[in-house]
Design a protein around this ligand. Structure first.
Ligand code: HEC
Ligand code: HEC
Length: 295
């Protein structure tokens, strides 16, 4: 009998050991380095390794032309380097139409990990990690073919007149675009009027799907924009960009105060008119005056 219990306990122990082993093995069966994780979470929206320029330069073999310290410092804060007039950083910044690479809150070791991953990908011939694909609508239309209907669909999505299928917030809650019939949008994030000419369709596309900007990423990570929605939005941004030369940026700030004062004056006028018989003097005014007369 006690033999049986012993056997039973052993079996239980084995099950526990196997379960743990299975969990541990599954953890290790994805040999994704930290560098790869960081790269795919952040850098991939703007860079490729061997597939050409996206928002930023192709990072294939970047370490052949830059030192490790330079890269670490650039990734941490490219703008600090540009302000310090680092010649390579300034040339690069101008070459990329002054697109700002956002500061990355990474340690030296994490950046070295990312570089190791890029090195590995650079040596594998034909390895690409680009998110870019041909950007087309589900009907096969290209951005160049997009017409008034597509632009208008994009405008409605941008403004939130039409809801995004998966429930993400309208772009206008954070961004502004200067285009016809648009009221000023959010100022939390940058104005997107000329984004298209800086980033081109692939850049805008990848930022929508895997935004390197934490705030924007949080907004869409669980509410993915669909491919068609992205297509319409890009068509709209392109249209706004091309037409931006004809647009005057609307300054609501000074108008706002003026309209406020004017509105207040008009309202006081109306109230005064409607309520003409209101008591304008103390309640006892009549009594007071009567008493004055009796003196
Ligand atoms: C929002 C887009 C964006 C993201 C995200 C981004 N970069 Fe960049 N990166 C750029 C741009 C644009 C440049 C070109 C320089 C400039 O405009 O400041 C650049 C330049 C670089 C350079 C210099 C390349 C060269 O040819 O000298 C390196 C290295 C680099 N990025 C690494 C990274 C790494 C690593 C990550 C992820 C941790 C990352 N970048 C994330 C946009 C981005
Ligand atoms: C929750 C706020 C938020 C929403 C909503 C949002 N974004 Fe962004 N977006 C950001 C932030 C923050 C940045 C980083 C740039 C900055 O700080 O201004 C950014 C950057 C971008 C950029 C890069 C601009 C450039 O020229 O470098 C593009 C393109 C973009 N957003 C497109 C969109 C589109 C299209 C939508 C709607 C589908 C959208 N965003 C909705 C917050 C948001």
């Amino acid at each position: 009998m006690s033999d049986l219990i012993n056997l039973f306990n052993k079996a239980k122990l084995l099950i526990i050991v196997f379960t743990f082993a299975a969990i541990l093995l599954s953890e290790y069966s994805y040999p994704q380095s930290q560098g790869e994780i960081i790269y795919k979470r952040t850098c991939i929206a703007c860079h490729t390794i061997g597939s050409g320029r996206l928002v930023g330069p192709d990072l294939k073999n970047v370490f052949n032309k830059r030192s490790e310290e330079w890269i670490i410092s650039f990734v941490k804060s490219s703008q600090r380097m540009i302000k310090r007039r680092d010649p390579d950083a300034v040339v690069l910044f101008n070459e990329y139409n002054k697109s700002i690479m956002p500061d990355q809150n990474l340690t030296d070791d994490q950046i070295k990990d990312v570089m190791r991953y890029i090195k590995k990908q650079s040596s594998g011939s034909g390895q690409t990690t680009a998110l870019t694909e041909d950007i087309k609508s589900s009907t096969g239309m290209t951005i160049d073919e997009a017409g008034e209907n597509e632009v208008s669909a994009g405008r409605n999505l941008f403004l939130g007149k039409v809801r995004l299928t998966n429930g993400g917030p309208a772009c206008m809650s954070c961004h502004n675009v200067t285009a016809e019939n648009l009221i000023a949008g959010g100022l939390l994030a940058m104005d997107l009027t000329n984004t298209y000419s800086r980033l081109n369709a692939p850049g805008v596309y990848s930022i929508m799907f895997s935004s390197p900007f934490p705030i924007m990423n949080a907004a869409y990570n669980n509410n993915k924009i669909t491919k068609d929605e992205a297509f319409y939005l890009i068509a709209f941004l392109k249209h706004a960009d091309i037409n931006s030369v004809n647009q005057q940026p609307v300054n609501y700030q000074s108008n706002f105060i003026l309209m406020g004062l004017l509105g207040a004056a008009i309202l006081f006028g109306i109230y005064g008119g409607i309520w003409w018989n209101r008591k304008r003097k103390p309640v006892n005014d009549k009594i007071f005056k009567r008493q004055l007369k009796t003196f």
